[in-house]
Design a protein around this ligand. Structure first.
Ligand code: WT7
Length: 635
């Protein structure tokens, strides 16, 4: 069997056929040939989307870190596993070999164990993009603790919500982080969060910015001396295929953030296999994904997928604009990067700054370019292709979600002919369906509908932490016997998919799903605010910008709208993080609602986009008169 590495369109089609005609045979053979197991499965797949219950490689025993580290030691011990590129280009890059990674992860594993962490315990990781972040993630996996990484741009309130939801008792953080020319007081944010998390008994603090920080007696411990004293040997805990590997929170249009639970075996097999093929990784390549490990992209395609393939993966601490807008390209030249994976929002921001930031650098090492997180517009696609890829690096527009664990729709470079703005074909094993408004599947070509997946794939999230009912309602209730993605898509004349964007109230800003609900909840806590509604409006760089409609408790207030807007954005930054600030705030006397009291965001979105003339029939609203008032305020 030779389907692990797909190198042509014919091979793609024949492998795809095998994967859907007999999924169990296909995934079983692939898992057996390319991974290390302590015990084989009793059954490859067991599933029922109605319950929903999904299990891959049932009863198999393994540890993902043995697959990502140990098994490479003999042949690749000296190969660079993680190439750490610091925020400041004057600071030297660190080449961490597989052998060094093994030692560091084992030390970290032993430190966690000494602090009482056991299999199944949740560990919250709130770290900048420094090597300790990778060590901690992998150490949790090694000892069977469930990691919950929280993006270090989230505020103390957002952090506390996530710590409490999964009842983590240990937090790993740093004394601070570098971000461009700024430093951020991460430890201060953790301290504030922990006022609301009495169960947290230990905080391990990595040293990064060497700032004077307050350490709470009995709770806070400097990480470096503990690591130094720890043994470099730590046997991997043997895990069941379906034991949770990690929780990662993602926002929705309602309710609190959802802790998506990913499990060991299926996640490993699928992220490794997609990584190999979608980036066409060859053994001496240097691969770089610019995402933060705080998002699923970083979990799957900085850590697990690349390391499972014995790859060299870059971890970049900084930002694309520091010390100038050429930073990405300087790094590509310096480390001779072969695969480069980033977000459309970064591409648009860099394109806007002009080609003079790209021109000084030699980008000839690049073989594959990737995008993820949101639809890429035609203009950005062509700039990326022409200016970065020089017309000879295929672009893989990869569509997937926190929930899917790995990439589901994407070209395979050098096999699938690309088409601007199209994610193109389903990856091996993925069976998409487009559904119409009457829940009927749209067959054939040139159709547009709601994107669902008809059959399980190995890396799908198995549940929402502590709320299986919500998992069922969110993903398996809209359509019978299918996983509903929340996205709309088009299928064209050659069966290529183009993702058109969310069909629910979720808004993707700069590739991040921030969720309307947490933002509205934050705003509604403002003492002057009665209620609010957030909608997305198209934005040149960010894809979508947030537009907020705010109703005040008292209509006659002396405060000017500017200072109210400012204080609302300050509150959002405090409650969620600066990334969720609103671009525009409109104070209005009421919000359009259905008779059942649901806010009609569709109408608000149209008004915000300047399409207030095309609202259609609004007479069935509870309060149709409010629409004209809002229109006159916005215009
Ligand atoms: C949503 C998932 C996947 C990791 C980063 C985001 C949008 C993602 C694409 C793409 C068009 C995309 C979808 C999806 N999205 N990739 N290539 N083209 N849209 O993960 O925060 O879970 O967001 O991002 O709307 O549902 P996430």
């Amino acid at each position: 069997m030779n389907s692990y590495h797909i190198k042509s369109l014919e091979a793609y089609f024949s492998t795809y056929r095998k994967s859907v005609e007999n999924p169990e045979k296909f995934w079983g053979e692939l898992a057996e040939e390319h991974f290390t197991w302590h015990k084989k499965w009793s059954q490859v797949l067991e599933w029922d989307f109605n319950k929903p219950e999904i299990s891959w490689f049932k009863d198999a025993k393994l540890n993902i870190t043995e697959n990502c580290i140990d098994r490479h030691l003999e042949s690749k011990g000296n190969k660079t596993a993680i190439l750490f590129e610091p925020n400041d280009p004057k600071e030297a890059a660190q080449h961490i070999s597989y052998a060094q990674l093994a030692e560091a992860v084992n030390q970290m594993s032993n430190v966690l164990k000494e602090q009482g962490v056991q299999k199944g315990d949740r560990v919250c990781i709130y770290l900048p993009m420094i090597p300790e972040l990778a060590y901690t993630v992998l150490a949790c996996a090694r000892i069977g603790a469930i990691h919950s990484v929280v993006f270090a741009g989230f505020s103390s309130t957002a952090l506390a919500t996530r710590i409490n939801d999964c009842d983590a008792k240990l937090v790993v953080t740093a004394d601070g982080s570098f971000r461009g020319s700024k430093t951020i007081d991460l430890k201060g944010i953790v301290d504030e969060a922990l006022d609301q998390c009495p169960q947290v008994h230990t905080v391990l603090v990595a040293e990064r910015i060497k700032s004077e920080i307050a350490m709470k007696d009995g709770r806070d411990k400097a990480l470096a001396p503990l690591l130094k004293a720890a043994s470099t040997v730590c046997p991997a805990t043997i895990m069941d295929a379906e034991d949770p590997l990690f929780i990662l929170y993602t926002s929705g249009s309602t309710g609190k953030p959802k802790g998506m639970v990913h499990t060991c075996a299926g996640y490993m097999v699928y992220t490794a296999y997609t990584f190999k093929n979608i980036f066409q990784y060859e053994s001496n390549d240097v691969y770089w994904c610019t995402a933060d490990i705080g998002w699923i992209t970083g979990h799957s395609y900085i850590i697990y997928g690349p390391l499972a393939n014995g790859a060299t993966t870059i971890m970049f601490e900084g930002v694309p604009s520091y010390p100038d807008y050429g930073r990405f390209w300087e790094i590509v030249e310096k480390h001779k990067v072969n695969q480069f994976y980033t977000a459309p929002t970064a591409i648009r921001a860099l394109a806007k700054e002009g080609d003079q930031h790209v021109e000084p650098y030699d980008l000839s090492s690049l073989k594959v370019l990737g995008t993820v997180g949101e639809p890429i517009n035609e203009e950005a696609w062509h700039w990326y292709d022409r200016i970065i890829g020089k017309g000879n690096s295929p672009i893989v527009d990869t569509w997937w979600q926190t929930e899917t664990g790995g990439i589901l729709i994407s070209p395979i470079p050098y096999a699938t002919p690309t088409k601007p703005t199209y994610a193109t074909l389903p990856f091996i094993g993925i069976q998409p369906a487009l559904m119409d408004d009457n829940a009927r599947e749209l067959e054939g070509k040139q159709v547009s509908g709601k994107l669902c997946i008809k059959f399980p794939w190995p890396s799908m999230a198995r549940t929402i932490w502590g709320d299986h009912k919500r998992y069922k309602e969110t993903y398996f209730s809209a359509f019978d016997n299918m996983y509903f993605t929340g996205d709309g898509a088009i299928r064209d004349a050659v069966d290529y998919y183009r993702i058109t964007g969310r069909v629910d109230d979720v808004i993707i800003v700069s590739g991040h799903n921030l969720g309307t609900a947490p933002i509205e909840d934050a705003i509604n806590e403002h003492e002057l605010v009665a209620e609010s509604a957030i909608v997305g409006v198209p934005h040149d760089i960010k894809g979508n910008a947030l537009f907020g409609y705010i109703c005040l408790k008292e209509l006659d207030t002396d405060l000017d709208p500017k200072s109210i807007s400012l204080s609302i954005n300050t509150l959002i930054a405090e409650k969620i993080g600066p990334i969720a600030k609103l671009d525009k705030i409109v104070i209005c006397p009421g919000l359009p609602k259905t008779r059942s009291g649901k806010i009609m965001r569709r109408i608000l979105r149209k008004i915000a986009c300047g399409e207030g003339k095309e609202l259609g029939d609004i007479s069935t609203l509870l309060n149709p008169e409010i629409v004209a008032k809002i229109k006159s305020i916005v215009s």
